[in-house]
Each structure stands twice: as structure tokens, then as C-alpha cells.
Design a protein around this ligand. Structure first.
Ligand SMILES: C[S@@+](CC[C@H](N)C(=O)[O-])C[C@H]1O[C@@H](n2cnc3c(N)ncnc32)[C@H](O)[C@@H]1O
Length: 277
């Protein structure tokens, strides 16, 4: 009988909210929008107004976008009802009603392509890598192109570098220090050099030692920059540009992103590919 009344002790992992941990560890909507503004201005010498965020998850980028200017509108697209609802309850609800009214969220496949024309269409955190064949990616890029205004850009983030293929590596970062804090683990779990299939897991580890294992998992094709540029061209984009972060004289990141035709061969890197309509 005693066992029946025994309460299971709640750990930090069981109490934590995986979306909240993700937002604190992975996403920086402000930085992303700075990049979108910059690459759009580089292409068209003016500020963009409308955004479509494909694979938007909790659509924090859409919410940040409309906060920046009263004319800005955003459309977020994602298949997952649970993730979208979290965004409505925790991010959209924090916006002023006049800002929130300029965000539209659609629960659908990104290939449905039925949104108004936008200036900037983005797919962040490597999400389009879910499409594993050239046919699927090109089909998706064609839908994206058809949803862009005459002066429009598509922005895709990319990762790479020799260390990204090493399945013995787990990148560990402390997000909040101390006993009440947590760490983010990015596990590079699998890579197949024959077809470039790759699996990654996000785990969170908490100050009390408890873990939320595989809070998020991704099974992707590890696409390379030249492959993606070729597919953008095949889908009909007029041109594409690759943005890397410039290094300062000490080889450190400068915070300045610019178009590059040649970039340092670092063990890990992030970049943006911009398709111009
Ligand atoms: C890696 S998460 C990216 C979330 C967010 N963009 C970010 O940067 O953090 C991928 C998201 O894509 C969604 N997704 C996967 N396939 C999709 C598809 N075909 N159409 C729409 N959403 C999709 C998933 O539900 C998930 O929320």
C-alpha cells in the first residue's frame, strides 16, 4: 500500500517546456531579421515589408517581424499543430493586438504555396533538408519562387565544415548557468557518406542532473552550398548569393555578414544562401 501513495519526484526535465528551452538555445529572431533586411536591401536597395516563414515552428520570426514596423505583415507555415499552438499561446499572445493582427499562421505543407506574394521567403534552421532528393527540393523551390513578389528573395540557412560530419561529436553549450539552469546538447548522431543522410538530436540537461533526451530530432539530407545554388537556378531563380560572417584580423567572427565567393574552410560554419527572383 505504501508504494501506491509514493509520489514520483518531479525533476527539472519533467517540468521543463521543450519549446521554451529550444527558443533560448537555438533561435535568435532578431539576428535573423537583421540578415533578411540586409540581403533584401543588397538585392533591391529598399526595405522589405512582407515575410513568409516556412517551417515556422513557433513562428517567433513572424512575431518579431511585425514588431519592427507597423506596415509589416508575416505568414507562418508549419505542419505541426502542437508547435503552432505553442506559438499562439506563448509568443503571439505577447504581441500588441495591432501587431498580432498582421501575423497569419497556416497549418499546412510548405509546398501548398497558397499565400500572397511576399518580399522575403525564409526556411531557417536547415528545415528544407527534410527534402532528400533534387526533385523534391526543386519542386519546393519552384513553389517558393511562385509565392515571391516581383522583387523577392528566398533565404536559406546552411551549416557545414569538416566537423559537422563527425558522428562522435556532441556540441554542448550552457544556456542558463547554475543549479536552476540548463545545457543544450547538439548530437551529430549519424551520417552516411553514400547518400548524405544525416541524423541530429537536441537534448537538454538540467542543473539537477536530469535530462530531456531527444527533445527534437532531425533526419535530413546534408546538402552542400553548391548543390543548393544549382537547385535554385534550376527552379528558376535569376541569381543566388552566399553570405558568410567576415572574420576580423584575429580570425574571430566580426558580426558582419557579406556576400562571398570564397570562404574560410573552418571545421564548422553557418552561412545563408539567398535566391533572388
Ligand atoms: C527544424 S524545425 C524549424 C523550426 C523553426 N523554423 C526554427 O528555425 O527554429 C522544422 C519544422 O518544420 C516543420 N515541417 C516539417 N516538414 C514540413 C512540411 N513539409 N511543411 C511544413 N512544415 C514542415 C516541423 O513541424 C517543424 O516545426
Amino acid at each position: 500500500m505504501a508504494a501506491k501513495n509514493k509520489k514520483t519526484k518531479k525533476t527539472m526535465a519533467t517540468k521543463a517546456d521543450k519549446f521554451d528551452c529550444y527558443l533560448q538555445s537555438v533561435q535568435s529572431a532578431d539576428h535573423e531579421i537583421d540578415i533578411f533586411d540586409q540581403v533584401y536591401k543588397d538585392a533591391y536597395k529598399r526595405e522589405p515589408v512582407t515575410l513568409r516563414e516556412d517551417f515556422c515552428g513557433t513562428f517567433s520570426v513572424c512575431c518579431e517581424w511585425v514588431k519592427r514596423d507597423k506596415d509589416r505583415k508575416a505568414w507562418g507555415i508549419d505542419l505541426c499543430p502542437e508547435t503552432l499552438q505553442w506559438g499562439r499561446d506563448n509568443i503571439l499572445s505577447d504581441l500588441k493586438p495591432t501587431d498580432a493582427a498582421r501575423v497569419v499562421v497556416l497549418e499546412q505543407d510548405v509546398r501548398a504555396g497558397n499565400t500572397p506574394f511576399v518580399d522575403v521567403l525564409v526556411a531557417q534552421n536547415f528545415s528544407f533538408w527534410i527534402f532528400k532528393t533534387r526533385t523534391e527540393v526543386i519542386e519546393y523551390f519552384k513553389v517558393a519562387l511562385a509565392n515571391l513578389a516581383d522583387e523577392g528573395v528566398m533565404v536559406l540557412d546552411m551549416m557545414g565544415g569538416t566537423a559537422c560530419y563527425d558522428t562522435t561529436i556532441t556540441d554542448k553549450r550552457t544556456i542558463v548557468k547554475g543549479k536552476k539552469g540548463f545545457k543544450y546538447h547538439w548530437e551529430q548522431a549519424y551520417f552516411n557518406p553514400v547518400n548524405a543522410d544525416a541524423s541530429f538530436y537536441i537534448h537538454f540537461k538540467f542543473g539537477d542532473g536530469s535530462k530531456m533526451k531527444r527533445a527534437f530530432e532531425y533526419h535530413w539530407r546534408f546538402w552542400t552550398v553548391p548543390e543548393v545554388r544549382e537547385m535554385l537556378q534550376e527552379a528558376g531563380f535569376k541569381e543566388s548569393h552566399v553570405y558568410f560572417e567576415r572574420e576580423n584580423e584575429d580570425g574571430e567572427d566580426s558580426g558582419e555578414w557579406e556576400r562571398m565567393e570564397e570562404a574560410p574552410n573552418n571545421p564548422t560554419w553557418l552561412s545563408y544562401i539567398v535566391g533572388v527572383k
